[in-house]
Unconditional design. Structure first.
Length: 427
C-alpha cells in the first residue's frame, strides 16, 4: 500500500537525495518566476488534463508522445481525456479559447507544473516530471526567438548552472519541409531494410525523426542524409541568420546543428535545445523549444505565430546537484518555546500566536518532553531564540529569552516579547 506509482517521486521536506528536497524545488521555481517576470512573461495555469484530441492534433499523432506515452482515459460521460504530456498544446487551447489573440500582441506567458509521459524510467526520465515553459504569441520577429532562448540561459545562469549549450536549427516552413521530406525519403528508401523498426515506420510519415534515431546503425545511415539547410526557403534561411545575429547581440553561445529535430510535430522555423552533462543520464537535453507558427490555427484560432520552450526541472535539479550548486537554506526558526506544566503550556499558546501574527516563526513541544529533550529539539531546529516559560516566570508575567547566537539571556515581560525578538533578530 505504501508503494509509489512507478516513474513518480515525492518531493520531501528533508531527504538524503538532495534534489528531491522541497527546498531545492522552491529555489528553482522562484528563480524561474523571477527571470520570466523580468522578461515580462506572465504566469498562466491550465488544467493537468485536456481532451485527447488536442494532443493528437497539436503534438501530432505520429509522435512517440501521442503514439505510446500518453495517460489516456475515458471519463464517465465517455469523453477521451489525457493527462498533459507537455504544456504547449494546453496553453494554445487557452489562448484560443479565451480569444486572447484579439488583444494587443505579443502575449507572453509562462507556466510551471507536472507533465505525464508513460516512458521507461531512467535517471532524468520520469512518468511525472515538471517543466518550466514559456510561450510568446503574435510576433514573427526573430528577436523574440532569440530572447526566448536567452531567457532560458539567464534562468540557468541565475541558478548557478554552468556549461549549458544551446543547439539551434531551422526546421523550415511547411513548404521547405515538404521538399526536404521528399529528399529524405529518396535517401533512406534504398536502406529501408537496414533501418530500425521505428525508423521504417516513420519513413513515409515523418522521415525527419529518423535523423535522431537512437539505433546505432540507423544513426550511421542518417549521417549521410541531406541537410535541411539545402531545402530551406530564402525566408527560413534569413530567419535563421537573424536569430543567430540576435543571439550574438545577447551574448548567448550557441552551436548550429542542422540535424536537430524535435519530438513534437508543431515546430516550424527555429528549433533549439539546451544541453548539459548529467552523469548517469542518457538524456543530456534539459530543455527544448522553437516556433510553432501553425499551431494556433490548428487549434481553431487565427493564423498567428508562437515561439517557446519547455525545460525539464528534474534534469535541471540533477545538474545542479552534480555541479554541487549550493541551494539557499530554508528560513530558520525564530523562537522555540520551552514549557513545563499545563499552565505554562496554555500561556505559551497565547505567546506563540502573538509571535506568529507578528510574522515570526514559533514552535513548541506537543509531546510532554522533559526540558532537556525540548532543548535538543530547539537545537535541531536551529532556533535563533529559545524562550523558557517556567512556573516562576509565569507568576511574574515574564519569559526567559535566550539568544542562541550570542548566548545572552534576559527576562522579558510577556507584552514585550514580540518587540524584543524582532529587535534582537535585526541586530
Ligand atoms: P520536449 O522536448 O518534449 O518539449 O520537453 C522539454 C523538456 O522536458 C525536455 O528537454 C526534458 O528536459 C523534459 N522532459 C521531457 N520528458 C521528460 C521525462 N519523461 N522526464 C523528465 N524530463 C522530461 C516540450 O514539451 C515542448 N512543449 C516545449 C516547447 C514549448 N516548445 C515550444 N514551447
Amino acid at each position: 500500500m505504501s508503494k509509489i506509482v512507478k516513474g513518480m517521486f515525492d518531493v520531501m521536506p528533508k531527504d538524503e537525495e538532495n534534489w528531491r528536497q522541497v527546498q531545492w524545488w522552491r529555489f528553482v521555481e522562484s528563480t524561474a518566476r523571477t527571470v520570466a517576470e523580468r522578461f515580462r512573461f506572465q504566469e498562466v495555469r491550465t488544467p493537468l488534463v485536456e481532451y485527447t484530441e488536442l494532443f493528437k492534433r497539436g503534438v501530432g499523432d505520429t509522435t512517440d508522445i501521442v503514439e505510446k506515452e500518453m495517460y489516456t482515459f475515458t471519463d464517465r460521460a465517455g469523453r477521451s481525456i489525457s493527462l498533459r504530456p507537455e504544456g504547449t498544446a494546453g496553453i494554445v487551447r487557452s489562448f484560443v479559447g479565451h480569444k486572447v489573440y484579439a488583444q494587443p500582441q505579443p502575449t507572453k506567458w509562462f507556466y510551471m507544473g507536472p507533465m505525464y509521459r508513460y516512458e521507461r524510467q531512467q535517471v532524468g526520465r520520469y512518468r511525472q516530471f515538471h517543466q518550466l515553459g514559456v510561450e510568446a504569441f503574435g510576433s514573427f520577429d526573430p528577436a523574440l526567438d532569440a530572447e526566448v532562448i536567452a531567457l532560458g540561459m539567464q534562468f540557468f545562469e541565475e541558478l548557478g548552472l554552468k556549461g549549458v549549450q544551446v543547439e539551434i536549427n531551422n526546421v523550415g516552413d511547411p513548404e521547405s519541409r515538404a521538399r526536404y521530406f521528399e529528399a529524405l525519403i529518396a535517401y533512406f528508401e534504398p536502406y529501408k531494410e537496414e533501418l530500425a523498426e521505428d525508423a521504417q515506420n516513420r519513413l513515409y510519415r515523418n522521415p525527419m525523426r529518423i535523423l535522431d534515431s537512437k539505433d546505432p546503425h540507423t544513426h550511421e545511415i542518417a549521417m549521410g542524409a541531406p541537410s535541411i539547410l539545402e531545402y530551406l526557403s530564402e525566408d527560413s534561411r534569413a530567419n535563421l541568420e537573424a536569430v543567430k545575429q540576435y543571439l550574438d547581440i545577447l551574448g548567448v553561445n550557441y552551436v548550429q546543428n542542422d540535424r536537430l529535430v524535435r519530438g513534437l510535430d508543431y515546430y516550424t522555423q527555429t528549433a533549439f535545445e539546451y544541453m548539459v552533462d548529467i552523469p548517469g543520464a542518457q538524456a543530456s537535453t534539459i530543455g527544448g523549444g522553437g516556433r510553432y507558427n501553425g499551431l494556433v490555427q490548428e487549434v481553431g484560432g487565427p493564423d498567428m505565430p508562437g515561439v517557446g520552450f519547455g525545460v525539464g526541472l528534474e534534469r535541471v535539479l540533477l545538474a545542479l546537484e552534480e555541479q554541487k550548486v549550493v541551494v539557499p537554506e530554508p528560513s530558520r526558526l525564530d523562537c522555540y518555546m520551552i514549557t513545563f506544566d499545563q499552565a505554562t503550556k496554555r500561556k505559551s499558546m497565547e505567546l506563540l500566536a502573538e509571535l506568529r501574527r507578528a510574522g515570526l516563526s514559533a514552535e513548541r513541544d506537543y509531546l510532554d518532553r522533559k526540558m532537556k529533550a525540548q532543548m535538543k529539539v530547539a537545537d535541531r531546529e536551529q532556533a535563533r531564540f529559545v524562550a523558557i516559560l517556567g512556573e516562576d516566570e509565569l507568576a511574574q508575567n515574564t519569559i526567559q529569552v535566550k539568544n542562541m547566537e550570542t548566548g545572552t539571556q534576559e527576562a522579558v515581560p510577556f507584552d514585550q516579547l514580540v518587540t524584543y525578538i524582532q529587535t534582537e533578530k535585526g541586530r
